[in-house]
Write a protein that binds this ligand. Structure first.
Ligand code: GLP
Length: 264
């Protein structure tokens, strides 16, 4: 893992934009995996700006979202479909036929549907760059603790912590969803490159467990230790519980000198 520690959320986002925009410029038909949550919001805002002001072209980009709630109408403001439209897709020139988000309202067999989502990713040639956030419990996508490290796209029951974390966008009389369809950890690990963003003290513990403790199904993000091209972009707060922060800073500096292509 390459761990880049930035001063602030703004700087972390700037670096994320640089990486994603460069990936699109280098490979206009980039297959990108996308995450929701508050952390990538500034990345998406800035990609929209680059599209508007500098003509960053998404017309050949193919996207696959990590997850979607089960049973929430796609047009509900808190659905990940709505989130993606509102924060990115409505403002760039990605083609609707190139956008893929799991269908949380699928009426037939969910396991068949999830297998078909996997097949779509495989048919597209796999994911080149997967953007991830991290939950307080260390989840990536919505692979809650005890998710198999080999798991594939499937329905998943959410922990109470995740349900509470997601409650803020729902009305006082609304019950937030308690299940979702999520790409599996095995699915995520097949992406060629992974970029995980984490900001704020609420993520510090999960980040430290994922980076400095043994790989365990209790912390899904620890599975990223098995991936050969993962970059963790952290702000100071999210890196606060790391024991070896000084070393990671030196590694980042060394990488800049010795292996700059690792920084994309
Ligand atoms: C949700 C999303 C994840 C996201 C996580 C953290 O569970 N499904 O993709 O990484 O929340 O969200 P936030 O970035 O808002 O802290």
């Amino acid at each position: 893992m390459l761990i880049l520690i930035k001063e602030s959320y703004a700087e972390l986002s700037r670096e994320a934009v640089r990486i994603v925009a460069n990936a699109v410029r280098r490979k206009p038909e980039l297959r990108i995996g996308l995450a929701t949550g508050s952390t990538p919001l500034e990345l998406y805002r800035e990609l929209v700006r680059l599209h508007r002001e500098e003509g960053l072209d998404f017309s050949r980009v193919v996207s696959f979202n990590l997850d979607e709630y089960i049973g929430l109408p796609a047009d509900h403001p808190q659905s990940f479909h709505s989130y993606m439209r509102r924060n990115l897709f409505d403002h760039i020139n990605i083609r609707s036929e190139n956008v893929h988000i799991p269908d949380g309202n699928w009426r037939g067999s969910l396991s068949d549907y999830c297998a078909s989502y996997e097949a779509l990713i495989a048919h597209a040639g796999g994911i080149d760059l997967q953007v991830l956030g991290i939950g307080k419990d260390g989840h990536i996508g919505l692979n809650e603790p005890t998710s198999s490290l080999a798991s594939r796209t499937r329905p998943k029951t959410l922990t109470q912590q995740t349900i509470e974390d997601n409650r803020k966008g729902f009305g006082p009389n609304e019950q937030p969803p308690d299940a979702a369809i999520t790409m599996g950890i095995g699915t995520i690990l097949e992406a060629r490159r992974i970029l995980l963003l984490a900001s704020g003290t609420a993520k510090a513990k999960a980040v430290a467990l994922a980076v400095e403790e043994p790989i365990t199904a209790s912390v899904s993000a620890s599975a990223l230790q098995l991936h050969g091209d993962t970059t963790l972009l952290l702000d100071q707060e999210a890196s606060a519980d790391l024991r070896h922060g000084d070393y990671y800073r030196r590694v980042a500096e060394g990488t800049r000198r010795l292996n700059p292509e690792r920084l994309w």
